[in-house]
Structures are given as structure tokens and as C-alpha cells.
Design a protein around this ligand. Sequence first.
Ligand code: PLP
Length: 387
Amino acid sequence: EIYCDNAATTSLDLEVLDTMIPYLTNHFGNPSSSHAIGRKAREAVEEARHKIAKLLNASENDIFFTSGATEANNLAISGAIKTYEVRNVITSRLEHKAVLQTLGQYSQHNDLEIDFVRLDNRGNVDFEQFEWLLKNNQQTLVSLMHGNNEIGNLTDIKKIGEICKKYDAIFHSDTTQTIGKHRFDVTKLYIDYIVGSSHKFHGPKGVGFIYINKYRKIQPHIYGGAQERGTRGGTENVAGIVGMAKALEIAYRNLEEYENYVAFLKSKMITALHDLFGDEISFNGESDSTTDSLPNILNVAFPNLKKGGVLVNRLDALGIAVSGGSACSNLTNNGSHVLKTLNRNLDKDSVRFSFCKYNTPAEIDLIIKAIVDIYEQDIFVRKSVQN
Ligand code: PLP
């Protein structure tokens, strides 16, 4: 089996699992309990908060634990809208559903206008039009992601932040695909909310966090106990939080090595695909760029198979896990809203490969070999059908 779908989720690091086990067994206390067993759990939660804050150059008070990035994005958007009487939102059609659906819900129930920033055909933000939109709106929330989960595009959030500052806008960025994969220093960014999801960087699933700029007020998001300073009621996922902090620590310990390694795997794949298909291959968004995309995501528009169905399924049948994100015109899937927005390669069979530190060059060779076999077989099937 080859797993090349690391933008969807990653495997749990065993070192992370080791740090979690004591909090699933002996130290099972409720962090809100005042006895020693509870205090032990509280200590672990606060130590994790401290670790994560330090890695982002933030303060512990700015970090709030959640069940993942979906919840953290919901919290950012609802928090901003409830607290600051937001009237306008500027976002992009390439955002994750965790952002688009949340904004959709709020716009239905509030007097909220949503503007979608203009993008070029590779999915890059038109900064001039973005600034124009900001200039012409007031009480604005900007929600623009850092790394796109489908096509890997990186948006310059430093630049976006500077424009937001100029017009006094609130800035939220969905950083799910870049936390743990890109160095952050929140003191060098003008940003109000960023989010992280543990399972994207070899931590456990169902746990994440939000960073909230200390100048922003926060409203309760889940009502209940006074956990997370009254923002989010509910007993903390202690083992998950401990595991997430450990996973992030490991990720940042080896960041440059990781970036170079996955970029190497990606360029190996790009070269092999060019050799194989020549002009018949293309890449979605900026995913083949070495500077403007995440080093671990490659979204490829393959020629359609004539008889063999969709490439993702064919690869799956050979034990290779990759992801679609395609909107093949001849298939009955809903397709990718990202590729639809770009209106590119909708007639092609698009596949997202997303790498991690555990993928190997030998796996890339095996994937390429599988692709060769699938296409050769397709030609054979096509020929035999024609005959
Ligand atoms: N935002 C982006 C860009 C993502 O890639 C994901 C992952 O699927 C999410 C949000 C949601 O994260 P989670 O699985 O932690 O809810």
C-alpha cells in the first residue's frame, strides 16, 4: 500500500502516540477537577498550550483548543461576526467548505454581504481588486486561506494582513494546511485568527486549535462549563491536546528538512510525468510551482482514460491512495469546487498527490509504474474494442 493523500490526513507518529498513552491511562483526570489527578491533566493541557504558543511566537492566552480546524474556522468567523457587527466579508471561492459553508449560514441569517475576491486562472488573488473591495467596504471580515488543500496554492498572508491593517479590517486565515509545514511568527503578521488541525501534521484526529490575536475580544462559542476561558465549554481532549503539541514540536524541529524532502518528491513526480505524457499533462493551480505552492501538494490533470474509469479508482485498486478533486465531465461526481471555480481542466482526470516525510522516492517510481500500466492497458482496451 502506498499512501499519498497526506493533505486529507496523516498517520500518527509513534513518538506522538507515546506521549498520549499516559493521558489515556494513568493520568485520566478531568483538567477541571481540583484534586491531584485532575491537576495532573490540567498541567498537561497548559504545557501543551505553552508549547504551541511558543512555536508560533504567540502568548498562551491566545491559544484555544478545539475539535479541529473546521470548528476553529467556525469559531473565528462566528466570533468576528458576533463581536464586531461585521457587515461585509471578503473571501475566495477556493476556500475550504469549513469557511464557505459557515459564511453561507451567517449570510442567510444576518445582514451580511459577501464579496469573492477575483482570482487569476491559476487561483492567485488579485491584490489590486482585493484592496479596492476593502476600500469600498466597512466593518469587514477578510477570510483568505494560506495554503489551498486541493491545488496547494500559497497566498501571501503577510501582504493580505498589511492591506487589512490599512483599512482596519479583521483578518482570518485558514492555515490548516500550513501549520506544522511553514514557520509562523504571529508578531510579524497582522492577523487576527489562524487555525491548526493536529491530524494534518501526524498528530491525532479530532483536535485542533485557534490562535486569536490578543486585541480581539472573544465570545462564547460552545456554551457549557468555563473551559478554554469560557469560549468553548466541554471537557478537554487531554490526550489529543498533548499529542497535538508533541506533533507540532516534531514538525517544527525538522521543518526545513521536511520542506526540502517533500519538494524533492514532488519534483521527481513532475519530471516523471512530463517524460511520460509530454504536452498531454498539466497541473492545476500553482501546484507545479516551486515558490507559490505547498511543497507537498501536486494536483495533476491527466488525459482521460478511454475505458478504464477514473484514475483515482484505478490507483486505489492497485493499493495507491490518492485523492480526486476532479470534476470529470464524463463522471457522476460533484466535482471539485476549486477546479470549477478556476474553470480549468474540467474535462481532464485530475488527481491530487500529497506527500509526507514517510513517502519515499521508490514509492514515486511505483506510482509512475502503476500509471504506465493503467494507460497501457487503456490503450489495449481501446484498441481491442475498436477492433
Ligand atoms: N481547512 C482546510 C484547508 C483543510 O484542508 C481542512 C481539512 O480537511 C479543514 C479546514 C478541516 O480540518 P479538520 O479536519 O480539522 O476539521
